[in-house]
Design a protein around this ligand. Structure first.
Ligand code: UD1
Length: 419
């Protein structure tokens, strides 16, 4: 599973280029199945979740070719009758579910294992199933497999009870192939949902309300191939931004998508960071010691992202006072609190979804273990801030979302090495 070793207490300094977005690339690759011609998808991050998605797409006959800065996707040989998705790539990755929305649009039958993903909560797929059922898909479950049959998809009126990024994306993917109009109310407005819509409209789909909570998709249009560039990853940028705040550094995050990071930038400013954001990226100067954030709640976009809650928690362990964080999206996102406490932090988790952090002057290096992607990255940040040596075990979780976190932090002057 690998490990990362860090000698901490070096303020991060310099420039790092932000990789392409994982959460945008995965559904866009799946959307490549819907076009009648080859598409080129550029700036895909080189991360294990993207490799898994490509393996899955290849396993059903999709032709994928790696180019200098992306992949060509040609789905002309994918069966129009039945496809079967099994194995570690499905079970180990939540995003394999977005293949369902794309595939029910082009084949009559999809058989797949229920998707896996990071252990950050129950992560059910009831909203995906409910929405696709309304569009004409029939589901059955047997021997641990899910079977979706869709002789014909039709438009529907979908109203989600709560916001879900994945269910919104799946619905859009199915709706572009369905005959007629689909409306999606209470749609997730995350920038990655908009990126998927932009890719599809570039291919010829008709989607109204992009970036809002009410989307209208006029389905059944022929989709052509296109060239599309995946935007930079706001979560990776946010991780490095928070790490700069935690180490009192001075960093330029080249290509960071500042316009999509307002809540994070405002939070960084509340923590005493000086932030200048522009089209080329974000410049950030960390304070001598982070200021505490009296209360912060995660939420759907445009609120503070749950994916950056762990790194915020790690940084506020050395904040100059008390910080209270409430997690509202996933129930299991404070699993790193025990490891941070072993590094000298004072975190109390109450009612499962609230962490009360009493900032301490410094953390001490320790042997810790990643249990999931974002928590693992936050432990690396804690190691960068800590006195002495930190080893983060099971680092393979981190490579699901970060191309090369050691290289990136080394470029910023950190003493960090994998192994
Ligand atoms: C996506 C992101 C993930 C991010 C999350 C929230 C990708 C690949 N992953 O995950 O990084 O943390 O959005 O911004 O884009 N829910 C249900 N039933 C469902 C679907 C979801 O109850 O059928 C619940 C979830 O358990 C969770 C909440 O809805 O509590 C939001 O989840 P969702 O937005 O669907 O997350 P993902 O799409 O899995």
């Amino acid at each position: 599973m690998g490990s990362i070793t860090i000698q901490g207490r070096v303020p991060l300094q310099g420039t790092v280029v932000i990789q392409g977005s994982k959460n945008a690339a995965l559904p866009i690759l799946a959307a490549g199945l819907l076009t009648s011609e080859e598409s080129f998808i550029g700036n895909c991050p080189h991360i294990s979740d993207v490799f898994r998605m490509l393996r899955l797409m290849k396993s059903i006959g999709c032709e994928i070719n790696r180019q200098t800065d992306g992949y060509t996707v040609d789905a002309s040989r994918v069966s129009r009758e039945s496809v079967r998705l099994t194995g570690e790539a499905v079970a180990g990755m939540r995003s394999s579910i977005c293949l369902l929305g794309a595939l029910v649009g082009i084949c009559g039958e999809v058989i797949m294992e229920p998707p896996g993903g990071c252990a950050i909560g129950a992560r059910p797929i009831d909203m995906h199933i409910e929405a696709l059922t309304k569009m004409g898909v029939t589901f059955s479950f047997q021997n641990g497999m899910m079977r979706a049959v869709a002789p014909e998809l039709h438009g529907a009126e979908i109203r989600f009870g709560k916001k879900s990024v994945g269910a919104t994306e799946n619905c859009i993917l199915a709706a572009v192939s369905a005959e007629g109009k689909t409306t999606i109310q209470n749609a997730a407005t995350e920038p990655e949902v908009s990126s998927l819509c932009h890719f599809l409209t570039q291919c010829g789909a008709e989607i109204e309300g992009i970036g809002t909570e009410e989307l209208t998709v006029y389905g059944g249009k022929k989709l052509y191939g296109t060239r599309f560039t995946v935007p930079a990853d706001r979560i990776v940028a946010g991780t490095y931004l928070m790490s700069c705040i935690g180490t009192g550094g001075d960093v330029f995050l080249e290509q960071a998508p500042a316009a999509d990071m307002t809540a994070v930038i405002l939070t960084a400013a509340r923590m005493g960071g000086k932030v200048w954001a522009g089209e080329e990226g974000i410049y950030v100067q960390g304070p001598i010691r982070p200021l505490p954030v009296p209360f912060l709640k995660t939420g759907s976009y445009p609120e503070f992202p749950t994916d950056l809650q762990s790194v915020l928690l790690a940084v506020e362990t050395v904040g100059d006072g008390e910080t209270i964080i409430e997690e509202t999206v996933f129930e299991n996102r404070f699993r790193i609190a025990d490891d941070l406490n072993r590094m000298g932090a004072k975190i109390e988790v109450c009612e499962g979804n609230k962490a009360i952090v009493q900032g301490v002057p410094y953390l001490k290096g320790a042997n810790v273990t990643a249990c999931e992607l974002r928590g693992g990255a936050a432990l690396v940040t804690a190691g960068l801030m800590a006195r002495g040596k930190t080893v983060v075990n099971d680092s393979s979780f981190i490579y699901r979302g970060y191309e090369n976190i050691c290289r990136d932090f080394r470029e910023l002057g950190a003493r960090i090495i994998s192994g």
